[in-house]
Write a protein that binds this ligand. Structure first.
Ligand code: BG6
Length: 469
């Protein structure tokens, strides 16, 4: 099968901090990333990013011209409420009203995420997602967004990738607050975010708005590197903490028995635990009955080997192939698979992992309603030659993933759209401006946009609704 349904969305994804820039304009308050990227020794920041704050009209026209009929945007919490919990910034509301209207004018449907990593600095400094007060502040922020934009926004996501917030901030240490190997804190963060997510879903459902609401998870496959029992166990442990834990909460409304036992086993080996507070599971259970969709971000899968030692880690943030190290106490080690190609940033290119994950969602969470591929794409060091960018490897990467999406659809998985990461080149959180993903090349000096070869290819796909070679 090569044909997509007529209403299949061929979208492009962005996130506020990675594209907007205008970090100090019109009353925006700082988020945790402003401080983190401006710390001594940091080589890049988000002050200008892709200047979407000023260029959104051009970007949406370009999107429309290239057949892109959906855009993932996120709302910067600290643009709406500068300190996260106090006064509302009218200019922030005005900006998103203009942006949403412009999306609709260009027939590029907005898919809006409420939290894409950019926690307001004031709340971050009070304990980030470990301080449970943040839950009520987040729900208030969400309500303000629903009230102001809910008449026109028909697709809402509570969070983008809670696992990345937990893993990168508290285990790898390449996101603020740069804590390493604190797996108990990471699990507590995920649970607290699940409560905030569920409360937000439950609130939205009382407001009778004309849209749908879900969450975006990063769902990477976890494959044992061999048939050895310890490698299989390592894959299972990594999968449980990264995938099953929150999928269970979102779609079963509880942490399954095996899931919980496995999490406690991991936590025990890391000398800690996590707390579920009174009432949390009732809130989570209610939301799981009403959630409208799963947004799935898929870039890669990991190959796991059993590992008994202490945690060790090196993040490849420069694109120097073969420099990553990732081994976690109580879980396992991610190792390279000689049969699987990787990107320069050591991300295995494993499109069948996307298919396996889609089929698994249908099998293990049969009450899911629909799935959007909310991000997929390839970080690549694009060559800019006289305004032309030949990014054939990116086309190949995306094409292979589309093949597996079609296979999953054919087998009955309800996939309704695909948002390529990213619409235009953006700031990469821990890799800076050299790791490019966009369909449109951005010259970050002049802020000019140039369609890459992949943009022309994507246009053909969206116009014909067919997989083209
Ligand atoms: C996803 C995020 O995890 O991966 C995006 O939602 C991010 O915001 C993307 O940019 C690619 O990751 P990276 O680290 O290569 O920029």
């Amino acid at each position: 099968m090569k044909q997509f349904a007529d209403d299949f969305i061929f979208g492009g994804a962005t996130a506020a901090f990675q594209v907007e820039g205008a970090a100090k304009e019109d009353g925006r308050g700082p988020c945790c990333w402003d401080e983190y990227m401006n710390r001594p020794g940091s080589c890049f920041n988000g002050d200008k990013a892709s200047d979407f704050y000023h260029k959104y009209k051009d970007d949406l026209e370009l999107a429309n011209e290239f057949g892109i009929n959906g855009i993932r945007i996120s709302i910067s919490w600290s643009r709406i409420i500068p300190d996260g919990s106090g006064e509302v910034n009218r200019k922030g509301i005005d900006f998103y009203n203009r942006l949403i209207d412009e999306c609709i004018k260009n027939e590029v449907e907005p898919f809006v995420t409420l939290h894409h990593f950019d926690t307001p600095l004031t709340l971050f400094e009070k304990g980030d997602w470990l301080n449970r007060d943040i839950i009520a502040h987040f729900v208030r922020f969400a309500e303000i967004c629903f009230v102001h934009f809910g008449d026109r926004v028909k697709k809402w996501a509570t969070f983008n990738e809670p696992w990345s917030v937990a893993q990168n901030g508290y285990i790898i240490g390449n996101f603020p607050p740069s804590i390493k190997f604190d797996i108990p804190k990471a699990v507590q963060i995920m649970h607290n975010m699940m409560v905030a997510h569920a409360k937000t879903i439950n609130l939205y459902k009382t407001m009778n708005l004309p849209g749908e609401i879900g969450i975006v998870h990063t769902l990477e496959g976890k494959c044992p590197i061999s048939d050895k029992a310890e490698d299989k166990r390592a894959a299972y442990l990594d999968d449980t903490i990264a995938n099953t834990f929150m999928l269970d909460a979102c779609f079963k409304g509880e942490y399954g028995k095996d899931t919980l036992e496995t999490i406690h086993e991991i936590l025990k080996k890391n000398h800690g635990t996590f707390t579920v507070y009174d009432g949390d599971m009732d809130i989570i259970r209610t939301a799981s009955k009403d959630i409208d969709f799963l947004g799935m971000n898929y870039y890669s899968s990991h190959f796991l080997q059993g590992y008994d030692g202490e945690s060790k880690m090196h993040h490849n943030g420069t694109g120097e192939k073969g420099t990553s190290v990732f081994a976690l106490q109580g879980i396992g080690a991610r190792v390279s698979n000689p049969n699987v190609e990787t990107t320069d940033w050591d991300w295995p290119i494993y499109p069948q992992g996307m298919y396996e994950m889609l089929v698994r969602i249908k099998r293990d969470y049969p009450n899911y309603k629909k799935i959007y591929i909310a991000e997929n794409g390839m970080g690549y060091k694009d060559d800019f030659v006289d305004g032309n960018i030949d990014d054939t490897p990116r086309i190949e990467y995306i094409r292979k993933h589309f093949t597996y999406i079609l296979k999953a659809i054919q087998e009955g998985v309800n996939v309704k759209g695909y948002y390529v990461w990213s619409l235009m080149d953006v700031l990469s959180w821990s890799n800076g401006y050299n790791k490019r993903y966009g369909l449109f090349y951005v010259d970050f000096e002049s802020q000019k946009r140039y369609p890459k070869k992949s943009a022309y290819w994507f246009k053909k796909m969206s116009k014909t609704k067919r997989l083209v070679s």
